[in-house]
Design a protein around this ligand. Structure first.
Ligand code: M6R
Length: 364
């Protein structure tokens, strides 16, 4: 089943160009470059607020989507992890869309949050990978990812497919709310269509990442930094590393470093900086320089231009294709996954079945 791959996780990382294309195909009409969601018995143009609830990697996909819903659809977004959401007393007003993101569709806390939101009269949208799951059955608006079965405990292809669906949903809500014209919608669609080829280009860096994994493997702690829609990738990178290599890692919004975590910096703590070219590049790089000025060892993930600009003095750089900021979180997921994967391989851990973890968390 693994074919030529050593692990399911590796196979699933490499499937991403195909499954993201597959997923996008069912949300995009290529002929007129428009976004088309599955039918729903509800007028989504009337939505006045979005509440996103998920766990783990699916939650990080939701965090990226928050930036998109705000930026494109100008919708206020509240987001929380399901285990917190359930036990606080969230304010859910009429006209709200409650959006649940889950690979398995069975995560106990997420499902309980869904039922709570239904009881509170919210419209229920679900981004889910298992079409026969409980969450899929209980949705008003079912938005499937077409990632195929994900076997590795570490979620990889489900994440990038979730992002693809969420970008399409953000564009669709923006159109319905009159925030995007036909031409702008077509432009977003054109960028999304570029994602699979960019994912392929990102995968070309696999060998280089495997060769630098020994730089990270001996570390006790690793920090990940990102900004804006790429900040959740810092969280995701840290989660992946913790989960499969058992190295302690934290993700921070790069601007938060100087509010505490920079005190951790010394030459034993590698800092992975996610900084695609774009409107936030300069700011992220200036945070990165604050870290290197204190002896931090930087791994910069950027495109050729970004690396030429800021790569000097880094212990390693990982070059990504130049991409539009909209699809950067999708494409930059690849180096973050590959880095965790190769570090875990150097450490010899059980990549597909990490200790203490289950693929689907069906207990609270
Ligand atoms: O099936 P779900 O997407 O609801 O699962 C949520 C989390 O348990 C999951 O993403 C977990 O964090 C992964 N193991 C991360 O790689």
């Amino acid at each position: 089943e693994k074919g030529n791959y050593r692990h399911f996780m590796q196979k699933e990382i490499f499937e991403q160009p195909t499954v993201v294309a597959q997923t996008l195909n069912s949300y995009i009409r290529q002929v007129d470059q428009s976004v088309a969601l599955p039918q729903i018995d509800y007028d989504l143009s009337q939505i006045n607020r979005v509440t996103i609830v998920a766990c783990g990697t699916s939650y990080y996909a939701g965090l990226v989507a928050k930036y998109w819903f705000e930026q494109f659809a100008r919708l206020p977004v509240d987001i929380d992890v399901a285990s917190e959401f359930r036990y606080r007393d969230p304010v859910l007003e009429p006209g709200g869309l409650a959006l649940f993101i889950s690979q398995s569709g069975e995560t106990a806390d997420t499902l309980a949050a869904l039922r709570h939101c239904r009881a509170e009269g919210q419209t229920i949208a679900v981004v889910v990978n298992v079409p026969t799951s409980s969450m899929a059955r209980e949705a008003d608006l079912l938005l499937p990812t077409h990632a195929g079965p994900e076997i590795g405990v570490a979620s990889t292809k489900a994440f990038t497919c979730q992002l693809a669906v969420l970008a399409a949903l953000a564009a669709n809500l923006a159109v319905l709310r009159g925030r995007l014209g036909r031409e702008e919608e077509a432009e977003i669609v054109r960028h999304l269509i570029e994602a699979p080829a960019c994912l392929n280009a990102a995968l070309d860096y696999d060998e280089a990442i495997s060769e630098m994994a020994h730089l990270i493997a001996p570390a006790r702690d690793v920090l990940y930094l990102g900004r804006g829609p790429d900040y959740p990738l810092a969280l995701e990178g840290a989660l992946k590393l913790k989960e499969i290599s058992y190295i302690h890692a934290e993700g921070y919004a790069s601007g938060e470093m100087k509010h505490g975590p920079i005190a951790l910096i010394d030459d034993a703590v590698p800092v992975i900086v996610i900084a695609p070219s774009g409107p936030l590049f300069e700011k992220t790089v200036s945070n990165m320089q604050e870290v290197s000025a204190r002896g931090g060892k930087i791994v910069l993930i950027s495109d050729a231009e970004g690396i030429a600009d800021a790569g000097e003095g880094c212990i390693a750089t990982i070059e990504m294709p130049r991409v539009h900021p909209l699809i950067a979180p999708i494409v930059y997921a690849v180096p973050v996954q590959l880095l965790a994967y190769h570090v875990a391989c150097v450490k010899g851990t059980d990549v597909d079945q990490p200790r203490n973890l289950a693929k689907s968390v069906t207990v609270e």
